[in-house]
Design a protein around this ligand. Structure first.
Ligand SMILES: NC(=O)c1ccc[n+]([C@@H]2O[C@H](COP(=O)([O-])OP(=O)(O)OC[C@H]3O[C@@H](n4cnc5c(N)ncnc54)[C@H](OP(=O)(O)O)[C@@H]3O)[C@@H](O)[C@H]2O)c1
Length: 346
């Protein structure tokens, strides 16, 4: 039997990873699209990559909506081994887990490849017996026009089982051993497709999630508030360098507390400290800007809740002050509100 994978949210990241999995024999990859449906249904995705060259990824099935996916799944009695979710995380717009209703059965695992914190819980609640795998990627990719995906650099993906509050809730979720097996199986498939994929235990994955979040919260939000400051340009500016380091330290302190550690466990997974992150950002002189800037500049919603709101709320519950982070969140939230609704509190 082939392994069937459905990419839910077939934009830059979903289509890129889907395209690598589709190169494997015995793996069939389908795509749940939205605005790119017509183009992808006719021509598939055109992918360009410095690692893998130029190629076309034609999904087995291309769906225009979740309802369309449900109808075909029912009619053809399809079973999805993996639902690879790579939508943007916008809980204030909709609960992404609802898209998966009618697509999950006993052998399905949900794989989330998304930035931010607390992204897993709505899937865990809606599908309590299904394995949920949490993924963080360093890949840089864009969908420059509908169906055209440019992979810019890096192929790193880290993946691990998701367990609520660090423990499996008794009797309500799939066996932890199954989640570990599924993590390894998915990582092996990605590895065979040329991706630098690594499996981690659940707690380590959350350490990595907080670490990536610290970088995203600092750099992404500051780029928007500086009117499109480039990563390296911001790191090179003395005042902004201090600000970026300050935000990262606040997020990492909250992360350490939330994870039950005295200080953030950099050494444990050989993670870069804020100083090392900034030194490395300074060296990347390609002029790149974070995706949150592109979302803002092109009038799309930013992933504010998952990247800024959630760590602010977690820190508040832990009675930890995060003034820099909270200020970024408050300012961007109102900027977005004002942009999206000209009658909002002016
Ligand atoms: N791109 C990167 O380099 C990168 C790197 C690291 C992490 N990430 C993270 O990866 C995640 C995905 O980012 P991305 O850059 O791939 O975003 P993206 O290019 O905007 O892709 C998201 C896709 O999901 C689709 N979608 C959203 N809601 C949907 C719905 N209800 N039904 C069907 N399709 C739906 C969107 O369709 P529409 O086009 O119609 O909106 C879009 O095609 C985010 O959490 C991001 O922070 C991205």
């Amino acid at each position: 039997m082939p392994t069937r994978i459905l990419v839910v949210g077939a934009g830059a990241i979903g289509a890129f990873f889907g395209s690598r999995l589709a190169t494997l024999p015995q793996v069939l990859v389908s795509a749940l699209c939205r605005s790119n449906y017509k183009v992808v249904n006719s021509n598939g995705f055109k992918v360009t990559s410095p690692n893998f060259g130029d190629y076309t990824f034609k999904p087995e099935y291309t769906f225009s909506s979740a309802d369309h996916a449900r109808q075909v799944t029912r009619k053809r009695k399809l079973t999805w081994d993996y639902l690879l979710v790579a939508t943007k995380v916008l809980p204030e717009v909709s609960d992404g887990s609802r898209l998966l209703e009618g697509l999950v059965d006993d052998q399905t695992s949900i794989v989330l490849i998304q930035n931010g914190l607390g992204i897993e819980e709505s899937y865990r609640k809606r599908f309590p017996r299904t394995t949920v795998l949490s993924g963080i990627t360093m890949v840089s990719a864009t969908q420059s026009s509908p169906g055209t995906v440019t992979h810019n650099r890096w192929t790193r993906l880290t993946l691990g089982p998701y367990v609520s509050n660090g423990n499996e809730a008794q009797g309500s979720v799939a066996e932890p051993s199954v989640a570990t097996e599924r993590t390894q199986a998915f990582v092996d498939m990605l590895g065979a497709g040329g991706i630098d994929a690594i499996a981690y235990p659940a707690t380590s994955l959350q350490v990595l999630r907080w670490h990536k979040l610290a970088i995203n919260a600092a750099i992404n939000a500051s780029s928007v508030l500086t009117g499109g400051g480039g990563n390296a340009a911001m790191a090179a500016d003395t005042e902004l360098n201090m600000h970026l380091r300050g935000v990262m330290n606040e997020v990492l302190s909250a992360g350490a507390m939330a994870l039950g550690c005295e200080t953030f466990p950099f050494e444990y997974l050989k993670l870069a400290t804020p100083d090392q992150v900034l030194a490395s950002v300074l060296k990347n002189t390609s002029g790149s800007r974070p995706s949150m800037w592109h979302d803002w500049a092109e009038g799309r919603k930013m992933e504010l809740e998952a990247i800024l709101g959630e760590p602010v709320r977690i820190a508040r519950k832990l009675e930890l002050e995060t003034p820099r982070l909270q200020a970024l969140y408050a300012l961007l939230k109102m900027a977005q509100e004002r942009r999206d609704n000209s009658t909002a509190r002016l």
